[in-house]
Design a protein around this ligand. Structure first.
Ligand code: DGJ
Length: 699
């Protein structure tokens, strides 16, 4: 049983490998007693909950690892809830009034001692996947409004000191740069105020103590939310770490009227006793099984061609047909026209909002191109940016009040565009009909949904100024409702998310999008670092990666094989200008696409083993394992001191099974035990050398 009701004050949330124990203190405060490796005999916890740390003159709240700490009273640590009652009272003094355990879910209901206000703490256990979901509901049962100033999704207290926190700092073209910091004192805050999760930090936490890929305790979690968020890790002065994550409270205020409820987004968390690799396997499996949308969660993603790096805004029907022909010859399965296909879109100053096919570029409509693509045996896709409008557009001329703005203030531009007020149902309805029409009238099997500016001036004419601090949250819900409705009406369209590359990588977007365009940086070496960090929590299947022409980001030349191998580590795409390419290069790309197709199920659905990283060694080695098959990619960025041989110890194989593999033209058979302990000798030399090696179990 995943939820074990040890007694009416002690609950065990049991997954296959982990235990999360919650107990109620004598005052009725739910506290986290234990989170870690699975303990079967939960009765051992019976006499533990009353035992407090003995620290003189330390406030109670700093001694208890609360499941729902609340600002006010003598809570001086960062709290996960802050409310204001209409008479000015600004604390939540509660007792637990009910605990409802039901198979895989638990609800703990907290009620204020004086006011008709309730907090529901929800837990759902995914036993097979070793994940626990938390979320909360605030409920106002009184007549007077209650103001929610902060309502995070989850709180996690872990005993001990000296924890390290991994976060991903980033920017356009430089997403997912990994930073590891010790949180020994005070607080560490990662937050987005960009209106979406943004490039700067990721809405997730990874906490560990000197963990490695394969050893050490790791506590981790990710928020299912694509808007402004905050994650605080605080080294509490009585010797433990508190982790809070949820919607940010900066510029947030939610008025809860009589009888109303507010639900937080969910946070999914887990514990690994064997380093980052186990964490990644857990999260990847969980994402594929429970977050990523159907039907594509279970289908291998097609090899895609995207026009952006070849033609940018200069989209012409004939030229695109030529590109499509060349793409189909290489084995591409899905041809996508990026930005520039719609009315007035010749550069980034105009057109957004007018989702009508440009008659000058497509005099006979889109069907000329889409028919040609389909006749070539490929699917057809388009780029859109639904949340945006250019001032130079019909939409803006007709509805200047549909953007976020403050009275008397100029609206700050980002990439020459404004943000549509996605909190306004009128806007959502309009967009739904526009895109429904586009998808209904044309044969379109794929959409790349982009988003290229951050939020500013979050004010709107359709809501009173007193509600404007709700806008950021409402905006995110508006985006979700649009994609949800489009998916409902067009269930077989594959949707890719992008926000200037990696500006919206989170579990919230993953619920609605089949894949993510992680970065506009296609430099293969940079990409290896970005992809490695991305892979910590996000699966390869949710990572589009393309081969493009050289020097797209950095002024260096990297050989085609290395670039192709780097792109093959996720859902492969191609963005090379195939209309201007040598026959030799095209043939090589064709060969690689054929190879990729033969291993893509292993990459997209297998377990990833990061055997070696360029952060700590001379080579990057990535191995994917699915059932009896495995594929290994090894990359050397530059040769050092004449060394050409690298020994790579594989993982995830079965020691006594025999595997057939071919390396440098020689086929051999080795046992899993040999490959995982002695290792595989891989020859790499010069600058930017790489290899792909396939293994298959033989009977
Ligand atoms: C930004 C995206 O990240 C690019 O891939 C491309 O789609 C452009 N927008 C198009 O304007």
């Amino acid at each position: 049983m995943p939820i074990v009701n040890i007694n009416d004050r002690l609950f065990g949330l049991q997954t296959k490998d982990t235990s999360y124990i919650i107990s109620l203190t004598d005052e009725g405060v739910p506290e986290s007693l234990y989170w870690g490796k699975r303990i079967d005999c939960l009765e051992d916890f019976l006499d533990e909950s009353g035992k407090k740390l003995l620290l003189k003159n330390t406030h109670g709240s700093n001694l208890i690892r609360e499941e729902c700490s609340s600002f006010g009273g003598t809570c001086y640590k960062e709290a996960s809830l802050k409310i204001t009652f209409s008479n000015g009272v600004r604390d939540f003094r509660y007792r637990t009034v009910e605990c409802k355990a039901d198979g895989e879910s638990l609800e703990i209901i907290l009620e204020d001692k004086s006011y008709p206000f309730l907090m529901h703490l929800y837990y759902e256990v995914f036993p097979e996947e070793n994940i626990i979901k938390k979320w909360r509901r605030a409920e106002n049962r009184g007549k007077d409004p209650v103001f929610l100033e902060r309502i995070f999704s989850g709180e996690y207290g872990i005993p001990g000191e000296g924890y390290e926190s991994i976060q991903y700092k980033g920017r356009w073209g430089g997403e997912f740069q990994e930073y590891n910091e010790t949180v020994d004192s005070g607080k560490r805050v990662s937050e987005s105020l960009y209106g979406l999760t943004g490039h700067t930090v990721n809405p997730s936490f990874i906490i560990h103590k000197k963990a490695t890929e394969t050893a050490g305790d790791v506590y981790y979690g990710a928020l299912e939310y694509s808007g402004n968020f905050k994650c605080v890790t605080e080294a509490v002065n009585s010797g433990w770490l508190n982790i809070l994550i949820g919607i940010t409270d900066t510029d947030f205020l939610w008025e809860l009227k009589e009888g109303e409820c507010f639900d937080t987004p969910a946070v999914y968390a887990g514990y690994s006793d064997a380093g980052f690799e186990k964490m990644s396997h857990t999260m990847h499996t969980f994402c594929r099984r429970h977050l990523m949308p159907q039907p594509y969660a279970e289908k291998p993603l097609p090899v895609l061609y995207n026009s952006w790096y070849s033609t940018e805004f200069d989209v012409q029907c004939k030229e695109q047909i030529e590109l499509a022909k060349a793409a189909s010859e290489t084995g591409v399965e899905l041809f996508v026209v990026d930005d520039g296909w719609f009315e007035g879109r010749n550069d980034d100053t105009a057109g957004l909002g007018d989702w009508y096919v440009d008659k000058e570029k497509f005099p006979d409509g889109l069907s000329e191109l889409s028919d040609a693509v389909h006749d070539l045996g490929m699917d057809f896709g388009l780029w859109i940016e639904p949340e945006m409008v250019n001032p130079k557009s019909r939409l803006f001329q007709e509805h200047p009040d549909w953007i976020y703005s403050y009275p008397g203030r100029e609206v700050i531009m980002g990439r020459n565009q404004y943000e549509l007020d996605m909190s306004n149902p009128e806007v959502i309805n309009y967009l739904t009909e526009q895109f429904d029409k586009l998808l209904g009238e044309n044969r379109i099997e794929y959409i790349k949904w982009d988003m290229n500016r951050y939020a500013s001036e979050m004010g709107t004419e359709h809501l009173l100024p007193s509600k404007w601090k709700e806008l950021s949250y409402r905006n995110t819900q508006g985006v979700y409702s649009l994609i949800r409705e489009l998916r409902k009406r067009h269930p077989y369209v594959e949707f890719e998310a992008c926000a200037s590359g990696g500006g919206r990588v989170d579990f919230g977007a993953m619920r609605y999008f089949d894949e993510y365009w992680v970065s506009d940086n296609t430099d293969a070496l940079d990409r290896l670092f970005i992809q490695e960090s991305y892979s910590r929590l996000y699966p390869a299947k949710y990572m589009r990666s393309w081969l493009t022409d050289d020097k797209e980001m950095n002024s260096r030349t990297i050989p085609l094989d290395f670039r192709m191998h780097a792109a093959m580590c996720g859902a492969l795409g191609v963005g090379v200008d195939l209309n201007h390419i040598s026959t030799r290069k095209k043939e090589r790309i064709t060969e690689h696409i054929r190879e990729y197709k033969s291993v893509r199920e292993i990459i997209q659905f297998g377990d990833l083993y990061r055997l070696s990283s360029l952060r700590q060694s001379d080579i990057c080695a990535l191995q994917y394992v699915k059932d009896d098959k495995s594929v290994l990619f090894v990359f050397l960025d530059h040769e050092r001191y004449g060394r050409e041989d690298y020994s790579v110890r594989l993982r995830g194989l079965e020691a006594d099974k025999r595997y057939s593999l071919e390396i440098d033209g020689t086929r051999c058979v080795k046992t899993g035990g040999f490959l995982m302990n002695y290792g595989l000798k891989v020859k790499l030399c010069g600058d930017y050398d790489s290899k792909m090696i396939c293994l298959e179990e033989i009977i």
